[in-house]
Design a protein around this ligand. Structure first.
Ligand SMILES: C=C(O[C@@H]1C=C(C(=O)O)C=C[C@H]1O)C(=O)O
Length: 371
C-alpha cells in the first residue's frame, strides 16, 4: 500500500469536507439573521435531536456514534457562530466598567496579622480593614453594603482549592472584580518566655497545618485547628499553655512572638490566590479573566462538548473545578476560569451560547490580577 497515495486521497476529502463545512456555516449564519429578526433563541434542541438522529440513521453502523459526536461538535460551532450574529448580551448582569477599583472599606476573615489582611492591604492600601469571624460573615457584610469588597482565599499552590470559598460563590455572594496572589511564609512561633522543650501543641488554620505537614509530623506536636493563622497567634501570645502557632513572620512580630523555626512549609514556593468581590458587578478596564459556574447534564460527552466550545473560539481555559451539586446524586457543578473580556464579541458569543444551553449558568465576574 502506498502511504503517499492514501494521504493524497485524505487531502482531497478534507477539501470536500472543508468546503461543505464553510457552506454549512454560511447557511447557519443566515439562520442566525432569521433568528435575530424573529426573536428566536439560537439553541433549538428539537432540531438538533432530529439532525443527530438523521446522521445516526445514515451513518455506517460502526460509525454511528462517532458521526453523531462529529455533528454535535459542528452544531456547537454553528451556535457560537450564530451568537456572534445575534450579539445578544442579555445573559450578562448589569455591570459597570471601571478604570480602577476604589474602596473605602474592605473586609476579610480572621484578625489583624492574617494573610487575608496582607492580601487586603495589597489590593487597597488606604482602605479601612474590617475583620469577620467566618467567610460567610464576610459575604454577608458585602451583601449588606457594610463593606465595599470582601477578600477570601480561593486557591493555594500546595494544598489546592479552598472549598468553602467555592461553596459561597455558588450562593450568589456577588462578583469577583480582582484577584491577588500572595506569597505565603509559615513559621513556628512561640511566646518569648516559653521553653521550646516543653511544647506539646501547635495551632493554626487547617490549611496552614496541612501546608506544613512534613515539618509538623517530624515535630511530634499535637495539632489544633483554629479559624485563622492570626487568631492562633493571638491565642498563643495570650495563653500560658505550652502551645506554638503556625503563622506568617509578620503576624508573629505583630503578636510579640518569637520565631522558633522560619519557613516550615513543605513547598519552597507557596502562594495563595485571594478573590476580591463586590455586590455590584464591577469590571476593571484591564479585566482579563472570566469566572463562571456551569452545571451540565450527566450525559456522555457533555463536558467535552462544553470544553470544545472554548477551543473552537480560541479561548484559554485556566481552571476547571468540580464540586458536588449536593442533591443526593453524583452530579457535579463546574467552576471555570478562562482568559478573556466580556466586551470581546467571541467571548460574548460563547457565554450567550452557554447561558442558553446549560441547565445552570452563572457569571461570577470578569477580573484582573492586581498587586
Ligand atoms: C442552524 C440552527 O441553529 C442551531 C444549530 C443547528 C445546526 O447547526 O444544525 C441546529 C439547531 C440549532 O440549535 C437551526 O436552528 O437550524
Amino acid at each position: 500500500m502506498d502511504l503517499q497515495a492514501l494521504r493524497a486521497q485524505i487531502n482531497q476529502l478534507d477539501e470536500t469536507i472543508l468546503s461543505a463545512f464553510a457552506q454549512r456555516m454560511t447557511i447557519c449564519r443566515q439562520v442566525g439573521v432569521y433568528k435575530k429578526e424573529n426573536h428566536m433563541p439560537v439553541f433549538q434542541k428539537d432540531r438538533e435531536d432530529q439532525v443527530i438522529q438523521r446522521i445516526r440513521d445514515m451513518a455506517p453502523p460502526d460509525m454511528s456514534q462517532s458521526a453523531a459526536a462529529l455533528f454535535a461538535a459542528i452544531m456547537d460551532i454553528s451556535k457560537c457562530y450564530q451568537q456572534q450574529v445575534l450579539a445578544d448580551a442579555s445573559w450578562m448582569p448589569s455591570f459597570q466598567q471601571v478604570k480602577t477599583l476604589s474602596c473605602a472599606r474592605a473586609g476579610c476573615q480572621g484578625t489583624r496579622g492574617s494573610n487575608s489582611e496582607t492580601a487586603l492591604r495589597m489590593l487597597f492600601p488606604g482602605a479601612e480593614a474590617k475583620f469577620y469571624a467566618t467567610f460567610g460573615d464576610v459575604c454577608k457584610a458585602v451583601g449588606s453594603g457594610e463593606i465595599d469588597f470582601g477578600i477570601l482565599p480561593i486557591q493555594n499552590t500546595t494544598t489546592g482549592t479552598v472549598i468553602p470559598t467555592y461553596e459561597l460563590l455558588h450562593q450568589q455572594v456577588g462578583y469577583i472584580a480582582a484577584t491577588v496572589n500572595l506569597e505565603i511564609r509559615h513559621c513556628l512561633a512561640i511566646r518569648k518566655d516559653m521553653d521550646p522543650a516543653k511544647l506539646t501543641t501547635v495551632c493554626s488554620h487547617p490549611q496552614a497545618l496541612q501546608q506544613c505537614s512534613g515539618f509538623l509530623r517530624e515535630s511530634g506536636l499535637e495539632q489544633l485547628s483554629y479559624s485563622n493563622t492570626a487568631t492562633a497567634a493571638r491565642f498563643v501570645a495570650q495563653s500560658p499553655l505550652p502551645y506554638a502557632a503556625v503563622c506568617s513572620p509578620r503576624c508573629a512580630e505583630q503578636y510579640g512572638l518569637r520565631i522558633l523555626r522560619p519557613d516550615i512549609a513543605d513547598a519552597m514556593e507557596n502562594v495563595t490566590k485571594f478573590i476580591c468581590f463586590s455586590k455590584e458587578c464591577l469590571i476593571p478596564e484591564q479585566a482579563d479573566t472570566i469566572s463562571i459556574i456551569a452545571e451540565l447534564p450527566n450525559r456522555a460527552g457533555s463536558l467535552s462538548r462544553m470544553l470544545n466550545k472554548f477551543a473552537a473560539n480560541g479561548l484559554d481555559l485556566q481552571k476547571l473545578e468540580s464540586r458536588p451539586v449536593a442533591d443526593g446524586s453524583f452530579d457535579v457543578r463546574f467552576y471555570l476560569d478562562f482568559s478573556g473580556n466580556v466586551l470581546d464579541p467571541r467571548v460574548n458569543a460563547l457565554l450567550a451560547d452557554l447561558a442558553g444551553s446549560l441547565s445552570e449558568f452563572r457569571f461570577l465576574g470578569n477580573h484582573q490580577t492586581l498587586g
